[in-house]
Write a protein that binds this ligand. Sequence first.
Ligand SMILES: [Zn+2]
Length: 188
Amino acid sequence: MIERIPLRIDHFRYTDQGVILDGVMTREESVKDLLRLNEAILENSSDILYHLEFDVDFLGNRYVTGTVNTQVILQCQRCMGNFKLELSCDISTAFVRNESEQKQAEDSNYDTFWLSQREYLDPRVLIEDELILALLQIAMHPLSEIGKSCKAEVFFLETDSEQDESLNNVNSEQADDNPFAILKQLKK
Ligand SMILES: [Zn+2]
């Protein structure tokens, strides 16, 4: 069953009633509506599948659990080629409105999503947050793809003496970014 994602939900009602949202956000919809995600990737290469279950636990935490899955295209920062990344997120997030709710939610091992007293929730924001979190900090082909789909040149660590020699050629501007150069300065 494909259910259109609601654009605003009342998290009190959803968690009280144990609502389940199960559906697909099409590529076209995500391109149009998930602007923060679009900025972080080259393109979304598939629809976004979501399954979200709202509930209240015995401590009174109002939460949502579920999964979000899609595929995105990123640019490899090693070889600058494009690659496809599967994003698969497990969601376990409590809605919090103040610091005591936040503390209780964190003690119960939920991620937290801040809402003010009457604020409605756009579930697309929740989905987008999860996908952005799941993106790698530095987008790169997996190491196992070097020499295959990743066209990066591979540099092996040089022997100590060669490394010292090459460090002597590092100029001061590069030295700022070179962790080995900093280590060498600390040794002096
Ligand atoms: Zn690469």
